[in-house]
Design a protein around this ligand. Structure first.
Ligand SMILES: Nc1ncnc2c1ncn2[C@@H]1O[C@H](COP(=O)(O)OP(=O)(O)OP(=O)(O)O)[C@@H](O)[C@H]1O
Ligand SMILES: [Mg+2]
Length: 340
């Protein structure tokens, strides 16, 4: 297959599933060629491939369809999946693990023997799939957020192909052919990439160095040094902790990264500052708690004081009334004595 490197076993499985109309889910790290492989397959089979990325803001309406108001009546407009089902196109749902429950519900039937799409918005109308329609999906492995949303019943409807990154020697060939760089340069790029992948496998870093990254390095080499190309295409995508890990665990990278010390130092300094800030907040938290308790206490005392003052005020008023009464009596008595 032109321009795609994949294990023969994976190609055979994909071929068989497409022939037998079995839904396939390709699972692999980002940039390992999942989309490229399916695109090439479609091209070889002279089929149109529709790609849907579920990671963005694509709506259920865009996928399934919606009612539109046209000349005072409502008409149904098919979404991209519905069109593909009717026309017999191939469709790949990238990042299927980000699929909304509504869409999952609608496509369940497509993945079963009955091969029909259900449109909940259109009174659960069932649209039988065209004989050439094929459903494929892709996602990154389990450690990416969101995978947990796929339930077992859904997953069980797929054949799963685990896609690995291109083998080292093929990756070298691939870079030479595609970017016309020297063998020596291609080898340096791939060996650095492989070391990063080893560290990912050993869980020393989270970042997966993809063929996509290495392609960028190869492209930049005509203008940048290997160090600088790696810096912008790979290292700058990692976080400060990963960079520190690289510096301490790998002598190759320690030497390599040294040229970018200033940027990295900046990143590390920033991280340290953030940690300091967090620590300060921790100690401040105790102070804030204390202040809150004090505030409560003062509030309570104030309340008590207010109650006390109110009681005193009532007493004063009562006394005032009493005095008024007495004065009243005395004045009345005086008037009486004057009149008599
Ligand atoms: N096995 C491969 N064969 C040929 N090219 C590859 C392969 N793996 C990666 N590439 C190259 O890397 C780039 C990314 O590949 P692709 O988009 O197919 O990856 P993906 O697995 O679909 O990634 P994502 O999970 O991010 O969607 C493409 O430009 C492609 O040329
Ligand atoms: Mg893809």
């Amino acid at each position: 297959m032109k321009e795609v490197y994949a294990k023969t076993e994976d190609i055979t499985t994909l071929d068989k599933c497409i022939e037998s109309n079995i839904p396939v889910l390709l699972v692999g790290e980002t940039g390992t060629g999942k989309t490229t492989l399916v695109k090439e397959f479609a091209k070889e089979n002279k089929k149109e491939l529709i790609r849907v990325s579920l990671n963005g803001n694509i709506s259920t309406e865009e996928i399934l369809g919606k009612f539109l108001l046209a000349k005072e009546e409502t008409v149904w407009q098919d979404g991209i999946l519905t069109t593909a089902v009717r026309k017999g196109q191939w469709i790949i749902f990238d990042e299927i693990n980000s699929c909304s429950p509504e869409i999952l519900f609608a496509i369940h039937g497509l993945l079963d023997e009955e091969k029909a799409l259900v449109l909940p918005e259109k009174d659960n109308e069932r649209i039988p799939a065209h004989k050439d329609f094929r459903f494929l999906a892709s996602m990154n492995p389990d450690d990416y957020a969101g995978t947990k949303t796929l339930n077992q019943a859904f997953i069980s409807r797929f054949v799963i192909i685990n896609i690995q990154h291109i083998a080292e020697d093929n990756e070298i060939k691939f870079l030479i052919n595609k970017y016309k760089i020297s063998e020596a340069k291609a080898k340096s790029i791939v060996s650095l990439g492989s070391e990063l992948r080893k560290m990912k496998t050993n869980q020393e870093i989270d970042y997966f160095c993809s063929t996509r990254d290495l392609e960028m390095v190869a492209q930049l080499l005509s203008k940048l040094s290997l160090e600088n190309a790696f810096k912008v295409a790979v290292f700058n995508k990692m976080n400060a902790l990963e960079i520190e890990e690289l510096m301490t665990k790998s002598p190759t990278f320690a030497k390599f990264i040294d040229t970018h010390r200033s940027t990295l130092d900046y990143k590390i300094e920033r991280l340290k500052a953030t940690i300091e800030e967090a620590k300060k907040y921790e100690s401040k938290k105790v102070e804030i708690e204390k202040l809150k308790i004090d505030q409560e206490r003062i509030k309570k005392e104030n309340n008590l004081e207010r109650v006390g003052l109110d009681a005193q005020r009532v007493k004063i008023n009562e006394t005032k009334n009493d005095i008024n009464k007495i004065v009243d009596e005395k004045v009345k008595a005086k008037i009486k004595s004057l009149l008599s």
